[in-house]
Write a protein that binds this ligand. Structure first.
Ligand code: DOR
Length: 443
């Protein structure tokens, strides 16, 4: 059940002002629209961006519903301006069979706030010993194209080679969590002077860079596509830059938190800043920003990682790794790379929507805001500013590193599947969305 929606006077990323007519789930007209519509949204002063697409979201269902569910994570995504998310495989049971990925897809379809694309595990149980049923997941109703053991590295070089070879046969991609396990045993934060001062075991940059270097060479050797998850160091940017210069088929992502925050925050032992890979040095933050600006890093992805309060509100060494990120992502991207003059809004549309759509093979979603394209977009007020607090979170996790800080921008509306999921900065209720989604899924 789609709506006809007329958005009046929105500003596109290229600066032009247009009306947008949404009909039957697609963008029917763009320009000066005279038609009437069931719903009219006044978008004067608002930026229209193609719906954000996250290639790296932990939705936690099945198995860890105390942390997040597909529904609550989808709501967090919609309020953040997302219209599609890719759900990571570290669930319980692990998303390593056709049955589990189909379950995740069905839960996403039923929730209806965003398109949920399951990511399949590379190895059985994320154990790094035996390849998962990659072909069965690819051929399932969930049509999985991205495979990852995220949270863990596929550290065995032969298994990584075989996984790359396998996905190359159907145009899939392996998204690697690049972390050499032996070099990071017991690691708690970035390795350097500060980890020494704080007495915390270090996670050295070389543990990330060595795996990326190995994997780009493997990808080249077997002629496969590699995606690097949450790249975090200046050296990693150099390795990916080198690989791309040699024509190797690699893409890379950076998280909003690695674009904004540094290891200095760990000094207070506040576990909201505990994340894997860890927050790095200021030089690394500058390098990942520059890498995103020059195209070495292809996309931004959140690594939204909700945890229950008891898993985070404990001493640093016992706390879980991870931060929630969906609700704050666009504001953090604005603060770190737009307001600093490194990216413009057309770049943001590219790195946070069009290219992630291409990597995830979400048909049609890479067209942006264009006549005939799926009606997937967000209306954003970049001139707003807000003190970010738990009242702005819609997922179950409150482990945000931005609480009590002022962030720029505000998502005002999100349109997904031809209907509004967010209006006036607030989510549309669960029942209305389920009704829209049910109609869309069944005819
Ligand atoms: O901080 C993290 N949390 N990094 C990961 O790689 C996994 C994630 C999680 O699942 O909590």
């Amino acid at each position: 059940m789609t709506e006809t929606i007329l958005v009046r006077s929105a500003r596109l990323a290229d600066g032009t002002s247009v009306d947008i007519l949404v009909k039957d789930g697609v963008i029917a007209e763009l320009g000066a629209v005279t038609a009437s519509a069931e719903r009219v949204i006044d978008a004067a002063g608002l930026l229209a961006l193609p719906g954000l697409i996250d290639l790296h979201t932990h939705l936690r269902e099945p198995g860890f519903e105390q942390s997040e569910t597909v529904l609550t994570g989808s709501r967090a995504a919609a309020i953040g301006g997302f219209t599609a998310v890719h759900a990571m495989a570290n669930t319980s049971p692990v998303s390593d069979t056709a049955g589990v990925v189909e379950q995740v897809k069905s839960l996403g379809d039923a929730a209806g706030y965003v398109t949920v694309r399951p990511i399949g595990a590379v190895t059985v149980g994320l154990e790094g010993a035996q390849l998962a049923e990659i072909g069965a997941m690819a051929n399932s109703r969930a049509k999985v194209r991205v495979f990852s053991d995220d949270g863990k590295c596929v550290s065995d070089a032969l298994l990584m080679r075989r996984a790359l070879e396998y996905v190359a046969t159907f145009g899939g991609v392996i998204a690697q969590h690049s972390q050499e396990p032996r070099l990071t045993e017991g690691a708690q934060m970035n390795e350097g002077t500060l980890s020494g001062q704080l007495g915390l075991a270090g996670w050295p940059a070389v543990a990330e860079e060595a795996i990326i270097a190995r994997d780009v060479l493997l990808a080249q050797h077997v002629g496969a596509r590699l995606h690097v998850c949450h790249l975090s160091t200046a050296g990693s940017v150099e390795v990916v830059r080198w690989a791309k210069a040699r024509g190797i088929d690699v893409t890379a992502e950076v998280t909003p938190h690695h674009l904004l925050l540094t290891e200095q925050l760990v000094g207070g032992y506040d576990s909201r800043y505990k994340v894997n890979p860890p927050l790095r040095r200021d030089e690394d933050v500058q390098a990942v920003r520059a890498g995103l600006a020059d195209g070495t890093i292809d996309i931004v992805a959140t690594d939204h990682a909700p945890h229950p309060v008891e898993a985070k509100e404990c001493e640093w060494e016992a706390a879980a790794f991870g931060m929630v990120g969906l609700e704050s992502a666009l504001s953090v991207v604005q603060a770190s790379v737009v307001d600093t003059g490194m990216l413009d809004w057309a770049d943001v549309a590219r790195v946070f929507s069009r290219v992630p759509a291409r990597i995830g093979q979400l048909a049609g979603y890479d067209r942006g805001i264009a006549v005939g394209a799926p009606a997937e977009f967000t209306l954003y007020n970049p001139d707003a500013s807000r003190v970010f607090d738990t009242g702005q979170l819609r997922g179950k996790g409150v482990n945000s590193p931005y609480l009590s800080t002022t962030l720029p921008g505000q998502v005002v509306a999100t349109i997904h599947g031809g209907y509004a999921t967010v209006l006036d900065g607030e989510l549309i209720d669960v029942e209305t969305i389920a009704r829209h989604a049910g109609a869309a899924n069944h005819g």
